[in-house]
Design a protein around this ligand. Structure first.
Ligand code: NDP
Length: 309
């Protein structure tokens, strides 16, 4: 018996159970807390990991993350042989690309300035630039960075990308690694962070980083709250080094009432909704991976546990 255990949202679990029963009748799809015989469980689906549960699953082989990132999972409690697969699915990719386009256009057309002026009863125009006169830089050129660039390209922005290893993307000038970081940052009027959160990228959005961007540039952080040094952002906004920040992620989440970000005139928050796992589509990514596993082919989205993404 090969069983898969779903944890988390019960409604999603019930839907996926029905679809997997239809598509892969040989797999026994169980929804927590109905674990059944724990020795049957080879696959686990989770957003976060529970040590007590993991210790009860002696035959666990693969952990499937509900999200595109895996930093929220404490992988240290997983035995080293357990493989970890992040979620790559059209719902996350499309919603993220839409959000990045929305945020870039919002900043490009100065909407925050006009909303503030409206509240003050002020009618005052700014100079209008074309997208082709604005440079948007995307950090992280994986699944979501590439999809965001593809969404931005038809709008006409000048596009740059930066990643660890060298990559080519049509319509974007790509930079790689620490030696090309300054040349990338110095050109970004709008910077989009889409890096995974790892030991190398934690706190990357800091004072030193903001000082290397053009004065008056803006930040969009749709990756993780841990990338950002919060007090450095406030300092950069207050000094005018940065103009605006649109943040979809924070530490902690939810951001507590009274946090300085809520009231800051240069900060615009959304509650971690940029890229959303859609249960109706994500289940088919899971099924395709279960089929690949049965055929012995490589899984889409399997991470390198040592690298952290
Ligand atoms: P991928 O793993 O597909 O891509 C990661 C990219 O980041 C790669 O281009 C990689 O470069 C680059 N990278 C990693 N480490 C470094 C580094 N130290 N220096 C430079 N570049 C680096 O990730 P996705 O695009 O799928 O997702 C990105 C992140 O978005 C997720 O990890 C998650 O945190 C976040 N996310 C946020 C959501 C939201 O709603 N706000 C929703 C979904 C995801 P290389 O390939 O060369 O190694």
């Amino acid at each position: 018996m090969t069983a898969i255990l779903h944890t988390g949202d019960a409604e999603r679990g019930t839907l996926w159970q029905a679809i997997v029963a239809r598509e892969l009748p040989d797999i026994d799809f169980r929804c927590w807390p109905d674990v059944g015989d724990p020795e049957d469980i080879r696959y686990l689906i989770a957003w976060t990991l529970d040590r007590d549960l993991v210790e009860k699953l002696p035959n666990l082989e693969i952990l499937f993350s509900i999200g595109a990132g895996v930093d929220q999972l404490d992988l240290s409690i997983l035995p080293p042989h357990v493989r970890v697969v992040r979620m790559i699915e059209s719902g996350i990719t499309n919603t993220m690309a839409e959000y990045v386009a929305m945020a870039a256009l919002t900043l490009h057309r100065d909407l925050p300035t006009y909303i503030a002026r409206q509240r003050q009863g002020v009618w005052e125009p700014e100079d209008v630039l074309l997208c082709s006169e604005r440079t948007v830089g995307v950090m992280g050129l994986g699944e979501l960075g590439r999809a965001s660039i593809a969404k931005l390209a038809p709008l006409g922005f000048r596009l740059l990308g930066w990643s660890r290893s060298r990559t080519d993307i049509s319509g974007a000038a790509c930079f790689a690694g620490p030696y090309e970081f300054d040349a990338f940052l110095a050109q970004c009027d709008i910077l989009v962070c889409l890096l995974p959160l790892t030991d190398d990228t934690r706190g990357i959005l800091c004072r030193d980083f903001f000082e290397r961007m053009p004065r008056g540039s803006s930040l969009i952080n749709v990756a993780r709250g841990g990338h950002l040094v919060q007090e450095d952002l406030i300092e950069a906004l207050d000094s005018g080094q940065l103009r605006y920040a649109m943040l979809d992620v924070a530490i902690p989440e939810p951001l507590p009432a009274g946090h300085a970000f809520y009231d800051h005139p240069g900060i615009f928050l959304t509650p971690h909704v940029a890229g959303v796992t859609r249960k109706e589509t994500a289940v088919f990514s899971l099924i395709a991976n279960l089929q690949r596993e049965a055929e012995g082919t490589s899984l889409v989205g399997e991470i390198d546990r040592a690298r952290g993404y």
